[in-house]
Design a protein around this ligand. Structure first.
Ligand SMILES: C[S@@+](CC[C@H](N)C(=O)[O-])C[C@H]1O[C@@H](n2cnc3c(N)ncnc32)[C@H](O)[C@@H]1O
Length: 313
């Protein structure tokens, strides 16, 4: 009761409702909120602090930037959902806030695309070495089974493409990446496509910073070859999977394209089927599917593992 009242009190003020309505469209930095709300930074920060303490917002730091987003669990999350349904969408102030938000997102998107373009040539070169990405995406959806689920984590999300692919099935999807530039690209893409059930945040495959047993699906799409300790990354993925949850890995089969190591920082030139299987089983998972996609110089392999349900044979 006390927690609920605190959350209600924290939301019941005009600027704070505006903040809730804005964050309902996606996470924002303090600076972005200051620009949209046209209030001083200390004032906006005070509101944010109060809302954070009351459990209706989450705060996270990425390098020098502090981001805010709606709480996604507990009383705060339930209250936010109810309030967002009730705020008058056609209110003049809220409409103007949304316009400013759209401008900020368009700027962000353009900036991120510049970075993406600057690196696109290298990515195109790699893509030309294997089957069309649409085929890999289709195969991943098939291997997953096309079943809706609550929570997923896309490790090494890059441009956020996998979030886009799986978002129709996920109630809530989070992409994690070490690179701030890639996160900017992903954020731009998610906002551009209006994928409100997806978020990205900075994080490391060895320390995903999410609760134990909290995810239905963890995905590594073309990421594990960057790992210097893939077995440790799979242990961390297993930790966050709920029992019965699924780990999907798509990566190259063993190959000899040394330029990927020299120029693209690939640590591993692909993985043998049983190498990944041994690592995943060492982490406590069971293999439930394996697929190969040929059609270029490099073979793409998809592995599916599941975390056993305790007590089940
Ligand atoms: C080939 S790219 C993106 C692939 C992406 N999953 C996709 O489907 O488009 C690989 C990504 O892994 C990220 N990465 C590399 N090492 C990482 C680590 N230790 N933790 C998290 N992400 C990492 C890179 O920043 C990069 O964005």
């Amino acid at each position: 009761m006390e927690q609920f009242l605190a959350a209600l009190r924290a939301a019941s003020e005009a600027t704070r409702l505006r903040i809730l309505a804005l964050l309902g469209k996606g996470e924002l930095t303090v600076g972005e909120l200051v620009d949209i709300l046209e209030q001083s930074q200390p004032r906006v920060s005070r509101h944010l602090k109060l809302m954070g303490e009351a459990g209706i917002l989450d705060r996270f730091q990425e390098g020098t930037q502090v981001f805010y987003r709606l709480a996604d669990r507990g009383v705060g999350a339930a209250l936010n959902t109810a309030l967002l349904e009730l705020v008058p969408e056609d209110d003049v102030t809220l409409r103007s806030d949304r316009r400013l938000l759209d401008n900020i997102r368009a700027e962000r998107f353009a900036k991120a695309q510049d970075y993406f373009r600057a690196n696109a040539a290298e990515w195109d070169q790699i893509r030309s070495l294997y089957v069309a990405e649409e085929e890999v995406e289709q195969a991943l959806l098939e291997v997953q089974g096309g079943k809706p689920f609550a929570r997923m984590l896309d490790v090494g999300t890059g441009t956020g493409r996998m979030l886009d692919v799986f978002s129709p099935l996920a109630a809530h999807a989070v992409g994690v990446d070490v690179s701030r530039e890639m996160l900017a690209v992903a954020r731009g893409n998610l906002a551009h496509k209006g994928l409100e059930n997806c978020q990205v945040r900075q994080g490391d495959m060895y320390d995903l910073s999410v609760d134990d047993e909290s995810q239905d699906l963890v995905l590594f799409h073309q990421v594990l070859h960057f790992a210097d300790d893939p077995a440790r990354a799979l242990k961390e993925a297993t930790r966050v999977l709920r029992s019965g949850g699924m780990l999907l890995i798509a990566d190259f089969a063993p190959h000899k394209e040394e330029f990927l190591r020299d120029e693209q920082a690939h640590r591993r030139l692909g993985f043998a089927d049983d190498e990944i299987a041994a690592m995943a089983m060492g982490a406590g998972l069971e293999q439930t599917d394996l697929r190969h996609l040929d059609g270029g110089k490099l073979r793409v392999t998809i592995w599916r593992f599941e975390k056993p349900v305790a007590g089940k044979e």
